[in-house]
Design a binder for this molecule. Structure first.
Ligand code: HEC
Ligand code: HEC
Ligand code: HEC
Ligand code: HEC
Ligand code: HEC
Ligand code: HEC
Ligand code: HEC
Ligand code: HEC
Ligand code: HEC
Length: 278
């Protein structure tokens, strides 16, 4: 049946319309009618203006048969951008043919992009739903409605358009006073998607460029990154505090010879205990 349809289509595409079909309008009418006869069924809403001339058919179909992705992407630029960047759902699925997932000719009200929210494997989008995210409704994150320019499924939500970035969605929850590059870092550097507390292990030397040695590694972040108040958990942290002296009292005052007085406690002390095993 499919084969027959295809052969008919190709025949039609090769043969120009008969001379009797004169004038632009009647030519279009004739073509439109023939197209509709040859096509397996009406195209979906959104493609409904693509069945008038054989050129319309050829926007998707190749004269020699087949429906390559490039034809679809000639119109669907947003999808094309994702495919070229190899990002997002369509970018990660680009080893498949568009028509593996998007059927057509099934009538105006056919939904060419149906997904079952209960079974949709979200990690295919490049963003896994785990932790707290696995327990919430799709519409908590996918808040945009489909715009009027997209006629199919008008009342439904629009899935496309989100990005895989914690910060994009969670800026409202940001309790920190990180500066510089840490302001831009993703929450996932220090948090999982389960809950905000406790934070996940943090590689201080790698991320902040300052190794926590000895006793320092055993203490809570708040020991050094002081909270603003008991209830305000925002951390302040001035850069000058790399020096031992900015956190520790000058125990020896001016009893040490001047060349040891500049706060370099680690010339003589380790970072586990002030006791010296001399
Ligand atoms: C928007 C893209 C699009 C347009 C425009 C389009 N088609 Fe199709 N056509 C499809 C898709 C998708 C299939 C299903 C292919 C599949 O399932 O393998 C299909 C299948 C067919 C088939 C069944 C044989 C085959 O190739 O699988 C015929 C015949 C056909 N189309 C004819 C037409 C005709 C005639 C027109 C012009 C009126 C037309 N099509 C316009 C997308 C399109
Ligand atoms: C000539 C341009 C054109 C071609 C070719 C074309 N489309 Fe479309 N398509 C549209 C327009 C216009 C809409 C309606 C709204 C929109 O912009 O998404 C649409 C709608 C859709 C929709 C419904 C989603 C929506 O936003 O309403 C899907 C899915 C889709 N096209 C897939 C395809 C696939 C797959 C192909 C190739 C087989 C294809 N299209 C070829 C222009 C085209
Ligand atoms: C693995 C299946 C799959 C493949 C392959 C696929 N799509 Fe989709 N596509 C979907 C699903 C599911 C949706 C609906 C969810 C969404 O909006 O992302 C969709 C949505 C769309 C939409 C509507 C997006 C919107 O604005 O809401 C367009 C247009 C589209 N696809 C075009 C294409 C084109 C063009 C290709 C080929 C390059 C393609 N798709 C390949 C599954 C697929
Ligand atoms: C915690 C937030 C969150 C929840 C909940 C969520 N999503 Fe998503 N979804 C995302 C993000 C973020 C992306 C974008 C990933 C990317 O492109 O890198 C996405 C992408 C998608 C896409 C691909 C859109 C496209 O074509 O690019 C589909 C389809 C989708 N989600 C469906 C669902 C469904 C169905 C549910 C409910 C079962 C759901 N999502 C729940 C965050 C969420
Ligand atoms: C597309 C939006 C979106 C993205 C991206 C996203 N989240 Fe969420 N996340 C939510 C929503 C919505 C909730 C539900 C609670 C709320 O509204 O804050 C949530 C809940 C959470 C919770 C539980 C909060 C609580 O109060 O119990 C944590 C922890 C979390 N997300 C961490 C992350 C991390 C880490 C990332 C990056 C890997 C991330 N989220 C990416 C939307 C998002
Ligand atoms: C450099 C590491 C780091 C980054 C990046 C980070 N956090 Fe935190 N966050 C922490 C630490 C450490 C705590 C304290 C955890 C505890 O008290 O157990 C914390 C605590 C929190 C808390 C709980 C506050 C409370 O006591 O109730 C929230 C909410 C939070 N972070 C949100 C965020 C959000 C949102 C982002 C991204 C915009 C983010 N964090 C990025 C390290 C980080
Ligand atoms: C013993 C003290 C100490 C402890 C404990 C500590 N830090 Fe730090 N942290 C520092 C010092 C000193 C710097 C400053 C490095 C610099 O300014 O270059 C710093 C810098 C940072 C920065 C960079 C701040 C910025 O704005 O540039 C982050 C983020 C950070 N620490 C997170 C943490 C987290 C998360 C924890 C708990 C797991 C923690 N720190 C525990 C001493 C500490
Ligand atoms: C950002 C602040 C900060 C800096 C910088 C710092 N420390 Fe500490 N250090 C602490 C905190 C907080 C403790 C935990 C005990 C306390 O509250 O005194 C501690 C504990 C210690 C202890 C163990 C004390 C004890 O009796 O348990 C030693 C030894 C020590 N630091 C040595 C050093 C040396 C040497 C340097 C310089 C290389 C240094 N510290 C830099 C904050 C800092
Ligand atoms: C030139 C070596 C030297 C330097 C530099 C030095 N110390 Fe000491 N520190 C000692 C010696 C020796 C002792 C043991 C004798 C004493 O108590 O005076 C000691 C003892 C201490 C003790 C008492 C330990 C105990 O037994 O309870 C503290 C606290 C201390 N130092 C802190 C510091 C701090 C803070 C710095 C940096 C500002 C520092 N030291 C720099 C040599 C040094």
């Amino acid at each position: 049946m499919r084969k027959l349809g295809l052969i008919l289509t190709l025949l039609f595409l090769a043969v120009p319309p008969p001379a009797s079909a004169q004038g632009q309008d009647s030519k279009l009418n004739f073509e439109g009618l023939l197209n509709q006869l040859l096509a397996p069924g009406p195209l979906t809403l959104g493609h409904d203006n693509l069945e008038h001339t054989h050129n319309d058919c050829l926007k998707c179909h190749e004269p020699a048969g087949g429906i390559p992705n490039t034809n679809c992407m000639a119109c669907h630029k947003e999808v094309k951008a994702h495919v070229e960047a190899r990002q997002h759902f369509h970018g990660l699925m680009s080893n498949k043919a568009c028509i593996d997932c998007h059927k057509d000719h099934k009538g105006r009200n056919f939904d060419p992009m149906y997904i079952n929210p209960k079974t949709f494997e979200h990690k295919l989008t490049g963003f896994e739903l785990d932790g707290a995210h696995a327990k919430i409704d799709c519409t908590k994150c996918h808040t945009a409605k489909r715009p009027a320019s997209k006629p199919a499924r008008q009342t439904d939500i629009s899935y496309m358009g989100l990005v895989n970035s914690c910060n994009k969605c969670h800026m409202k929850d940001d309790v920190h006073y990180y500066k510089g590059k840490f302001k831009q870092k993703e929450c996932s550097l220090c948090h999982t998607t389960d809950k905000w507390k406790p934070a996940k292990p943090f590689d201080h030397a790698k991320e902040a460029g300052y190794a926590l040695i000895g006793v320092h590694a055993k203490h809570k972040c708040e020991k050094c990154h002081t909270r603003r108040s008991k209830t305000d958990v925002r951390y302040d942290f001035p850069v000058e505090t790399r020096q031992c002296l900015s956190c520790h009292l000058d125990h020896h005052k001016n009893r040490l010879s001047p060349r040891f007085r500049n706060g370099k406690c680690d010339v003589c002390h380790g970072q586990d205990t002030w006791k010296l095993s001399l």
